[in-house]
Ligand binder design. Structure first.
Ligand SMILES: [Zn+2]
Ligand SMILES: [Zn+2]
Length: 328
């Protein structure tokens, strides 16, 4: 039993995720929850306890060893959350998914709204927001392709800073540089966080993410001076003068529009460095699923992928994404 696609509006989310059996069938249908678990001792089908929190096996067995009859009984007990996205969490199953739906439907999700709507503390909302974003990060990794451009293709590049200066015991960063590229026509993008804007940092990414022969359009920035030598055609827009360069016709409005959208999703304050990738993933996920009613289905599939990919074994890594599919 699998789901080929379902629409979950806000009203539908409340209908499903405030009901035990509706939630259960949603989870099973999307492969999030096992419909059957085997006992790890005897291999028989485990049963669900009455409260549906545990898989259990209490099978009695008799074995004859050296003419002695040995009686034993299975004592298999495994949480229904084990090996799922919910492993190690305590929040009610239904509420976890109601949270995810509201988080994904709201654009951007406001902490106070989620706290009041779901009667959750600020800390719980922060934790769960991060759990949702971890799934989206994993989704991004799976949706990544290698590079953009090629001969005859135009890629706009830009590297704005997200966030504002904030002094706070050194823990909240005072902005994060993000480097991005936007391929015209296909609207494919890549985003990558960078620690500095040096020529070597940016060129390393350009070489990795943009194919030779591409026409690259950027604003005037000395780090890009050597692009022509790297096998690209480079057209510059001088922003202090014009939005469209009078001589070359170059413009970077597409990527600037993308940044404006991204700034709507990525908060300026209270963001910690290690959350940045999650916010980028969040932005890309919403961009790929512009209609809010399709997001919960996509998220549910991403949760299943998340289990398979064993996210929790992947501790930290630097990553980048170029989305394969952009719906708008
Ligand atoms: Zn579905
Ligand atoms: Zn057993």
């Amino acid at each position: 039993m699998t789901c080929d696609g379902c629409s979950i509006s806000l009203a539908k989310a409340f209908e499903i995720f405030q009901n035990d059996s509706e939630t259960k069938s949603f989870l099973i249908k999307h492969g999030i929850r096992e419909s059957l678990v085997k006992c790890n001792k005897c291999g028989a089908d485990a049963y669900l306890t009455a409260d549906e929190k545990w898989w259990r096996c209490r099978k009695r067995q008799t074995k004859t060893v050296n003419k002695k009859v040995i009686k034993s009984q299975c004592d298999f007990k495994q949480s229904v959350r084990t090996n799922t996205w919910l492993q190690g969490t305590k929040l009610q199953l239904e509420k976890s998914f109601l949270f995810a739906s509201l988080y994904l439907i709201c654009n951007p999700p406001h902490e106070e709204f989620l706290m009041e709507e779901l009667n959750m503390s600020s800390g719980t909302v922060c934790d769960w927001s991060q759990y949702v974003r971890e799934v989206l990060e994993n989704w991004c990794l799976n949706e990544s392709t290698h590079s953009l451009g090629g001969p005859g293709k135009i890629v706009e590049i830009d590297e704005p800073k997200f966030g504002k200066r904030k002094y706070n015991r050194g823990r909240i960063i005072d902005g994060q540089w993000i480097f991005g590229g936007f391929e015209r026509d296909s609207k494919l993008i890549f985003l990558e966080k960078v620690d500095d804007q040096s020529a070597s940092t940016l060129l390393e990414i350009i070489n990795r993410r943009i194919k030779p022969g591409t026409t690259i359009m950027s604003h005037c920035w000395k780090s890009y001076d050597c692009l022509a030598m790297e096998g690209y055609k480079h057209l510059i827009v001088n922003h202090s003068m014009n939005f469209v360069d009078a001589d070359t016709g170059a413009y970077t409005q597409n990527i600037e529009r993308m940044w404006r959208d991204a700034r709507g999703t990525i908060p300026k304050f209270g963001r910690r460095d290690y959350h940045m990738s999650g916010y980028i993933a969040d932005f890309l996920f919403r961009r790929a699923h512009p209609s809010h009613i399709t997001r919960m289905h996509a998220f549910a599939n991403a949760v299943t992928e998340f289990h398979k990919d064993n996210w929790h074994n992947v501790q930290t890594f630097e990553y980048f994404f170029t989305l394969k599919k952009i719906m708008h």
